[in-house]
Design a protein around this ligand. Structure first.
Ligand code: FES
Length: 129
């Protein structure tokens, strides 16, 4: 069993922003075929900023802590700033992740990125906004 930092445990036990947004502006779903974990991020965008973020994660404890941390780090940021959140930055913010759990932080950053791209694609396509 890998050793987790207190910060990871705290976010795992008490994750922020869990849930789903009704009529989200963007949705990003990613999964890791090896461990089978899945993560979905929902975003609301206002004036080019992430006004709200929620997530649903079906995965390991580290994946849940990562989702929670990513949602906290990204909330209120501009889309450009949020796109720059790297797996390394998330892991650092969590005071480190065991090596075999680093892919969990990849998932978090990817899911957020995908949700933002989804929003941008919809906008380009002349969708609802
Ligand atoms: Fe795969 Fe954590 S073990 S996301």
């Amino acid at each position: 069993m890998p050793v987790y930092s207190e910060k990871v445990m705290e976010h795992f036990m008490n994750p922020r922003n869990v849930g789903e947004i009704e009529n989200p502006d963007g949705v990003g779903e990613v999964g890791n075929p090896v461990c089978g974990d899945m993560m979905t991020f929902y975003i609301k965008v206002k004036d080019n900023r992430l006004e709200d973020i929620k997530f649903k994660t079906f995965g390991c404890g580290a994946a849940i802590a990562v989702s929670s941390m990513v949602s906290e780090m990204a909330k209120g940021k501009t889309l450009d700033e949020a796109m720059k959140i790297t797996p390394r930055a998330v892991a650092d913010e969590l005071k480190g992740l065991p090596k075999q759990k680093f892919h969990c932080s990849n998932l978090g950053a990817q899911a957020l990125n995908k949700a933002i791209k989804d929003y941008l694609d919809k906008k380009k396509g002349g969708g609802k906004k």
